[in-house]
Design a protein. Structure first.
Length: 468
């Protein structure tokens, strides 16, 4: 009897906590949310009945599971599953993961230096971060990580995979990957290091054409950009700029807004649209501190995601820059970090963002004005020209609504990727890669060469026009 009363009290406590969360954080009751989402649909069971179903299951596991299970583990696992079922970018962060995330946004953390996601149940690289151990070892966007130190990764959550790949400086880790175009499973051995991401790099490509590379949007990116541009202008007269956002996985929204504002005199930069009015934001550009009026070419590719797409889309819509490269990743959703009482946090997709002209880039990406890939310049994307992992490939992503709103994708049903993995493990030999060097001469970068040629031609035509 005491045991039964104990679980009734626990169930009541959980129900009260859930209702309190809705009221405090969202300003509405569960019934109000349901009415907004499904105004035309009547449900057979109330939200409270489903909460009771959860507490009944919790009680069942506690009483009958073969081993004693800590209540914290059960609740954490339930929250992880609930958020993972929403979309590819919502997740639960236990206290230690939340602390790591906070450190990461400052630009210094221990590990390999890659941005990862899960595609059809397979751990997949979105982009390696420049000048990190993974980048120098030859990890590429689109690589599917099958094993981490000989342990299959297919059952790991995103946060669990991150935790396994991070570790003390100078420790060794081997990841086994499947890469398009290769017939064997590739083992890449990497020495962990403290990842100190330099978010902004600069140099002069010619006497008057400047180059700025943004590797990630961190808390100091705008300040670093401002400083780097002043360094370039101190000894040079700039007639054109290449802004390189390739393989930039994104980062802080506010930093993307500040970088866009840096190059724009006025107008809308980006706006967000969520289900709750307080999630709807509009970010404007102001003339104060605007940098130059020279032409800009923005370089993007399939590894350009989130915040980098905001910048490219804003400069493109305002005719401030010409976008060149290949279509970007297409992550047009905004995640809000909500800290919880025990030090953990929820990363929740709360809105979608749109470019100034009203374009949603969700699952579509930024389409370059000029596509440049593998040494070819084309005016439209030919079938099969580019192949990389995009937002639209992720199960449960939101579909693009072309500015009229979005709908939730059913998601491509997993085509048993583990079977492909198992075949690769059984039938293909393994090759060892200790390090693949990246070319340092910018003239070997065909996209960069095309950007410089365009800016040089721009200057020539401007001078010809002035002479007439």
């Amino acid at each position: 009897m005491v045991e039964r009363n104990k679980w009734k009290s626990l169930a009541l406590g959980v129900m009260i906590a859930v209702v309190a969360f809705f009221v405090v954080n969202l300003g509405v009751f569960p019934g109000d949310l349901k009415a907004r989402e499904e105004a035309q649909v009547t449900t057979e069971k109330s939200a409270y009945e489903y909460i009771k179903l959860f507490t009944d299951t919790l009680s069942l596991v506690q009483k009958n599971y073969v081993e004693d299970v800590e209540i914290k583990k059960l609740v954490y696992g339930s929250i992880k599953g609930m958020l993972a079922d929403l979309d590819p970018h919502s997740s639960f962060m236990p206290p230690e993961m939340f602390k790591e995330m906070q450190v990461e946004t400052t630009g210094s953390f221990g590990g390999l230096g890659i941005e990862i996601t899960i595609r059809d149940g397979v751990l997949t690289v979105v982009s390696p971060i420049e000048d990190t151990p993974a980048y120098r070892a030859g990890v590429e966007a689109g690589d599917r990580i099958i094993k981490i130190n000989d342990e299959l990764s297919k059952d790991l959550t995103l946060m669990e995979a991150v935790k396994k790949m991070r570790g003390p400086k100078n420790t060794e880790i081997t990841i086994s990957i499947l890469r398009d175009g290769l017939n064997s499973l590739l083992d890449i051995t990497i020495i962990r290091d403290v990842i100190k991401v330099v978010s902004v790099k600069n140099r002069m490509l010619t006497d008057s054409i400047a180059y700025v590379r943004l590797a990630q949007f961190q808390s100091r990116t705008y300040a670093d950009l401002n400083r780097k541009m002043k360094e370039l202008k101190k000894d040079n007269s700039i007639s054109g700029l290449v802004l390189d956002l390739r393989n930039n996985p994104g980062g802080l929204l506010q930093q993307a807004v500040k970088v866009s504002d840096y190059f724009l005199k006025s107008g809308l930069i980006v706006y967000t649209d969520g289900r709750i009015s307080k999630q709807n934001m509009r970010y404007q550009a102001y003339d104060d501190g605007t940098e130059g009026d020279y032409p800009i070419v923005v370089l993007v590719n399939g590894g350009s995601a989130s915040a980098s797409e905001i910048v490219a889309g804003a400069l493109q819509d305002h005719k401030r820059a010409l976008v060149m490269g290949t279509p970007s990743f297409g992550k047009g959703s905004v995640q809000t970090i909500v800290p919880l009482e025990d030090g953990s946090a929820v990363r929740l997709t709360t809105s979608l963002y749109y470019t100034p002209s009203g374009r949603s880039i969700q699952a579509k990406g930024i389409e370059p004005d000029i596509i440049v890939d593998a040494g070819e310049v084309v005016r439209k994307r030919e079938k099969g020209l580019m192949h990389s992992i995009k937002e639209k490939d992720l199960k449960g992503h939101f579909e693009n609504g072309n500015g009229t709103g979005v709908k939730k994708s059913e998601g491509a049903q997993p085509s048993k990727p583990e079977s492909k993995t198992e075949k690769a493990l059984e039938k293909t030999p393994k090759s060892k890669v200790k390090g693949l060097n990246k070319a340092t001469d910018w003239r070997s970068d065909i996209q960069l060469v095309r950007a410089v040629e365009l800016l040089q031609g721009w200057q020539v035509f401007k001078e010809l026009g002035a002479q007439r």
